[in-house]
Design a binder for this molecule. Structure first.
Ligand code: GDP
Length: 213
């Protein structure tokens, strides 16, 4: 299914309310021992660096600079925990995959941490795997999906930067990806389309998250 799944007014309002309060940075996690207690629903955002992940998190939370771009050093190398709705939900920003400016050993350490996190987090309800609408699925995305299929973590593809290409091309890309997802056990069938720049798909994504919280 590549169509925009319809949302009721109530669902959109629930999403708006969840994200209406202050989103607070809780902590950056560098190893599994640093994870906060698994005591509430958690969703996480994953994707290749430069996919538009920090822009999307900032759009969802109405904050200009809550999440940092992978082009900046610092917090982007950790699993960053944010509190949404005053204790209702953790939103987790995973380090971007395939960041060019890191050593091989650093890249391996992050991959190890990310994999361990995705496999062993009981409160993790859904992973939003961000994919650039112009590029589609890359090899690293397939690797991450293989891993999530194996560990039965539900994930949903979110196309980013859809304002950069024509609507017809976005629809085509979404259809193509949806077709590939049919063969994957843990994939959510609906491909979401977003533009942080234009605000497109943001209320719907909030509603989707609120329904899980
Ligand atoms: P991250 O590395 O995944 O956190 O990516 P960023 O959020 O830093 O975005 C990478 C680049 O893509 C930046 O130059 C953003 O301005 C741009 N970008 C992100 N989202 C959008 C979008 O929805 N539309 C357009 N046109 N550009 C975007």
């Amino acid at each position: 299914m590549a169509d925009e799944a319809g949302y009721s007014e109530d669902a959109l309002e629930a999403g708006r309310l969840l994200f209406a309060g202050d989103a607070k940075f809780v902590k950056g996690v560098v190893d599994l021992k640093g994870l906060p207690a698994s005591d509430r629903t958690e969703v996480c955002f994953a994707g290749r660096s430069n996919v538009g992940k920090s822009s999307l998190i900032n759009a969802l939370t109405n904050r200009a600079k809550l999440a940092r771009s992978s082009a900046e050093p610092g917090r982007t190398r950790e699993l960053n925990y944010f509190d949404i709705g005053e204790g209702r939900l953790y939103l987790v920003d995973l380090p971007g995959f395939g960041y060019a400016k890191v050593s091989k050993s650093q890249a391996e350490a992050w991959t190890k941490l990310t994999k361990a996190y995705l496999r062993g987090r009981p409160s993790l309800r859904r992973v939003f795997l961000l994919v650039d609408a112009r590029r589609g699925l890359m090899d690293t995305d397939d690797e991450v999906m293989d891993m999530m299929d194996k560990s039965a973590v539900t994930y949903q593809i979110v196309l980013t930067k859809v304002d950069k290409i024509a609507k017809g091309e976005v629809d085509e890309m979404a259809e193509k990806i949806a077709g590939k997802l049919k063969k994957r056990g843990a994939a959510h069938p609906v491909v979401r389309m977003t533009s942080s720049e234009k605000g497109w798909g943001i209320p719907e994504l909030r509603a989707e998250i609120a329904a899980l919280a």
